[in-house]
Design a protein around this ligand. Structure first.
Ligand SMILES: NC(=O)c1ccc[n+]([C@@H]2O[C@H](COP(=O)([O-])OP(=O)(O)OC[C@H]3O[C@@H](n4cnc5c(N)ncnc54)[C@H](O)[C@@H]3O)[C@@H](O)[C@H]2O)c1
Length: 261
């Protein structure tokens, strides 16, 4: 499915990014992994980089080859380090990497953003999300957080709300659209990874347990990686600006409750 494609995957030292890199290799892709930490068992090439700053993103982009077929934005923080660092990695760094990499992404290439069910509130909070997404480039994130009065405990869900909104904008953004680069999102529910313990601290056990109870179990790495890679493949060539929930039906169950059907 991915034979001969070069796929850049962030967050490869752990969890969903590690499994996505492993599966991409098995499906025939050349993988370039990125993480701020060294992976225990790297798959393909590896570039150590920190996407939380403009300089980190610029250095990373400069070090990459000229032709990449797809970018999987998987790296993320749980929110336990506060709103500023979380928004810097989960949204502004991710977006700066996507935009910086665009000239190296081949025509007809793909970007897949790993968002979350935690970003479900993007419609309810549309004004704030649109304002924060509307700030171009890599801003002073501390200032953005202060100006929009984002509390530390809101950092994670807000980062994913922005990501879901931007995914839909990016699908129509000239930078990508002019070269047929598709931009989509995958939204997992709770997944058994090291970050899940941190989510329990940030969101509370009750919220995480209720999400798991609604669908019978937490997700596994093997539930998420194939969907991310399908969106990278040419089989998804007419899928653009979409958010695919990969959560065992969690979003459908929340929709039923919120919309009353
Ligand atoms: N695990 C879940 O329950 C769950 C649910 C929904 C969405 N997600 C999302 O899935 C993605 C992957 O999460 P995971 O569960 O695999 O977590 P994880 O903690 O296992 O992996 C995240 C990886 O991102 C890397 N990273 C963090 N900051 C970075 C930076 N500044 N620069 C480069 N790399 C950095 C970490 O080193 C780590 O290897 C995240 O975006 C997360 O928000 C996870």
């Amino acid at each position: 499915m991915l034979f001969g494609k070069t796929i850049l995957i962030t967050g490869v030292a752990s969890g969903i990014g590690a499994r996505t890199a492993e599966l991409a290799g098995q499906l025939g892709a050349d993988v370039i992994g990125v993480d701020v930490r060294e992976p225990a068992a790297p798959v393909g090439g590896f570039v150590k980089a920190d996407i939380s700053s403009r300089a980190g993103v610029d250095d990373l982009v400069a070090s990459l080859p000229q032709r990449i077929d797809a970018l999987c934005n998987v790296a993320g923080l749980s929110g336990n380090t506060g709103a500023v660092s979380t928004l810097a990695v989960n949204f502004y760094g991710l977006r700066a990497l996507s935009e910086g990499l665009a000239p190296k992404l081949r025509e007809g290439g793909a970007i897949v953003n790993v968002a979350s069910i935690a970003g479900y509130g993007w419609r309810a909070n549309l004004n704030r999300a649109a304002s924060m997404v509307g700030i171009e480039g890599f801003p002073d994130v501390a200032r953005v957080v202060a100006d929009h009065q984002v509390k530390n405990e809101e950092g994670y869900p807000v980062s994913k709300e922005l990501l879901l909104l931007w995914t839909q904008r990016a699908a129509r953004q000239e930078l990508f659209r002019s070269r047929g680069i598709r931009v989509n999102a995958v939204s997992p529910g709770p997944v058994e990874t090291p970050i899940l313990k941190q989510f329990r601290n940030v969101l509370g056990d009750a919220r995480v347990d209720s999400d798991i109870a609604r669908v019978g179990r937490a997700g596994t790495l093997g539930d998420i990686a194939p969907v991310v890679l399908f969106l990278c493949s040419d089989g998804a060539r007419w899928v653009n600006g979409a958010n695919v929930p990969v959560d065992g039906g969690l979003e459908a169950s929340i929709n039923a409750e919120v919309l009353g059907f």
